[in-house]
Design a protein around this ligand. Structure first.
Ligand SMILES: Cc1ncc(COP(=O)(O)O)c(C=O)c1O
Length: 391
């Protein structure tokens, strides 16, 4: 007999704690990935996912990691040798740059320091220097720094310059305002296992109709078969009636879990959900600041779903370890340039609630004291409550 799985509270920025209704929905026998009954489930899931994206375009449920879904977007819209601007201010923005490089695109990086944003006017200036740019890609919520990027403002510029606009909404989908149609987003990647509190491994993707018209007319193909949207379109048209509108087998259990999580999000009401995440995140930052710690993101751009905290010198991995071993709270270390210098806490979906955050704050203050950083153990919790009780 192996060791039993240890139960931790997942306060990492994904995967997150899973909703009980999702867990119940996936404890049923396996569905096949086609057939009339399955077709109804899949269609309902894409319809609900479209509501969360605020789009009337197509939605597919990509059976794989968020990064591969992003790769699909760039691979279909920007031909090798064509130019794409990638806005980045953290580890995941840099990853988008890397993906575009791998695909042979000519990447024009538009970077800001970790914790800062690229101002929309910098995007305009860059576009004035490069008239032949085809696309723009950006991360909505930079999970490595806890910065929310101004994707609505970038979207207006992308439209003015007639660019394909690709957005990574992996750690914002279902928790932070996202209006795919109104903000002119052509291709947008969400995720099941973060702010929706479903199981990880699948990514709902919103794709506007313009993209499908473009791939029909383009005179080149992506070099990947699975990531080629024209392959997907073929099955979306041809096998829709048999409930198989995708090229290969999909993880039906994960999709059923996602359907449940989407229903929960929509029942809560999206506006209220955005407000809840804003409120909990703000209160959490207040508590962290009361501990004498500094948050990486300035308040103006601070993320409603993840907080990156500057760590006291040399203690980042010790804090992460102590939180896990003594308190069963799993948080994450820093990424990219902030590796070893910060730690990150996710507060999304189920965990954007006092139930999870108060215990996390308490565990963090105790951890800091255990590591020799003197912190009052009541004041941060008081600051948290005071913030959520204020109007
Ligand atoms: C903003 C963002 N983009 C991309 C990814 C990568 O997603 P995946 O690990 O599913 O490829 C993550 C994962 O945390 C993320 O937060």
């Amino acid at each position: 007999m192996g060791k039993p799985i240890r139960r931790h509270i997942l306060m990492i920025p994904g995967p997150t704690e899973v909703l009980p209704e999702v867990l119940a929905s996936i404890s049923l026998p396996v569905y096949p990935h086609y057939g009339r009954e399955w077709a109804e489930i899949y269609e309902e899931t894409t319809r609900l996912a479209a509501e969360v994206f605020n789009t009337s375009g197509e939605v597919i449920i990509f059976p794989g990691p968020g990064s591969a879904a992003l790769e699909m977007g760039i691979a279909n819209l920007i031909a090798p040798g064509e130019k794409i601007i990638v806005i980045s201010n953290g580890f995941f923005g840099e990853r988008v740059e890397e993906i575009a490089h791998h695909l042979g695109c000519r990447v024009i990086p538009l970077r800001a320091e970790y914790g800062k944003i690229v101002e929309p006017k910098q995007l305009e200036e860059t576009l004035e220097m490069h008239k032949d740019v085809k696309g723009l890609a950006v991360v909505h919520n930079e999970t490595s720094t806890g910065v929310r990027n101004p994707i609505m403002a970038y979207g207006r510029i992308a439209k003015d310059y007639n660019l394909f606009y690709i957005v990574d909404a992996i750690s914002s989908y279902g928790a932070i305002e996202l209006r795919v149609d109104d903000w002119g987003i052509d291709y947008c990647v969400g995720y099941a296992g973060k702010a929706l509190s479903s199981v990880p491994g699948i990514a709902p993707v919103a794709i506007n109709h313009e993209v499908f018209r473009f791939i029909e007319e383009r005179d080149w193909k992506p070099s990947s078969w699975f990531l080629d949207l024209s392959v997907w379109k073929k099955y979306m048209d041809k096998w829709k009636t048999i409930g198989h509108p995708y090229p290969s087998t999909v993880p039906t259990h994960s999709i059923i879990g996602l359907r449940e999580a989407l229903k929960t999000a929509l029942n809560e009401d999206l506006e209220k959900r955005y407000e809840r995440h804003e409120k909990m995140a703000k209160a959490f930052r207040k508590a962290v600041k009361t501990m004498g710690l500094e948050v990486v993101a300035p308040e103006e751009y601070a993320s409603p779903t993840v907080t990156a905290v500057k760590s006291p010198e040399g203690l980042s991995s010790k804090i992460v370890r102590e939180m896990l071993e003594k308190f069963n709270v799993m948080i994450s270390g820093g990424l990219g340039e902030l590796e070893g210098k910060s730690f990150r806490i996710g507060h999304m979906g189920l965990t954007a609630t006092p139930l999870y955050l108060v215990y996390t704050i308490s565990a963090l203050t105790r951890t800091l004291n255990n590591l020799g950083i003197k912190v009052d153990e009541c004041k941060p919790i008081e600051a948290f409550y005071k913030s959520i009780e204020s109007r």
